[in-house]
Design a protein around this ligand. Sequence first.
Ligand SMILES: Cc1ncc(COP(=O)(O)O)c(C=O)c1O
Length: 356
Amino acid sequence: MISFARGAPAPECLDADLLADCARSAIEADPSVLAYGSGGGYAPLRESLGARHGVEPGRVLLTTGGLQGFVFYAEELLGSRPGRVLVEAPTYDRPLKVLARLGADVVALPMDDEGLDPDALARELAAGETSFLYTIPTFQNPSGRTLSTDRRRRVVELAAEHGVPVLEDDPYGLVRYEGEAPPSLFDLEGGTLVTYASSFSKTVAPGLRVGWFVAPAELAARIEARAVSTYISPPFLTQATVHELMTRGAFEPNLERIRGLLKARRDAMRGALERELGGGDATWSEPQGGYFLWVDVPGETADLLQRAEAAGVTFVKGSDFFPNGAGERSARLAFSYASPSEIDSGVSTLASLLRA
Ligand SMILES: Cc1ncc(COP(=O)(O)O)c(C=O)c1O
């Protein structure tokens, strides 16, 4: 099966020798990584990420992956600020499942090629109590779209006007193949309402399960208490491994290597789509980075998915990314996992099914 479903890095992206060496050095340099410790994570990594974001290390929480951090954040916010949760439509499917489990009232905000529609945000903020806004402004999962700088300013202004907390989820921002990075919402707003979240899953390896949150101090303390009561302390060994990777200056070269591997895949998918479907009824997003591309087609993608899987290709149908059952004619194609030649042949298969 050729997988356009997995939002995971291709196996070649994971440098096992480098990470094994970093893990060994990390234990030898600081055997306390094998003990229990602070619920907020390995102190030296909190310090270096704090310095990167210009905040006190206590505001940085290292979580067992970004999704675990999302669960803590959502539980805290829904408990302390009852109200609707505003999300982009489409948005990352796992948080939608978490929010459904927590009984949240989820409101979908429309997007276009420039990302979240700020006018729709303004209308919803005026329409009732909001617990928080969840947004993935850069190389969004699932659409691959990036919120323009003007809209970022508007989103931050609206959040400030209504005093509404924002969770900026940014695991893909560093996986940029070309173009200038826009400012983060966190930097534009100053981090009083915006909590910034990211992860080393897409830039180093997902199996490390190291994510981080930069939250306002009081919220960070509450999330840390929640982490302690959930797992005592997170896995320090993988956090210390990442710290070692950074301090020995290997993070950037490794990221550059990953960018090269993934850009070749993005180019292969774009080229194959253009060759097979260019000039027809299908349209797709043009991401400058990240893992995903969003395709709109004339027919229902639930049906296409069944036929594609029978022909050896899989993807995620668009409706999985909407809280309200839209997206029936869309699909998320992840280009991060399959090889360029698999991408080429997988897109040919999808295109022939669409033509049939
Ligand atoms: C937008 C977004 N946030 C968070 C995550 C979770 O990543 P992890 O839990 O591996 O850090 C993902 C993974 O696909 C993602 O796409």
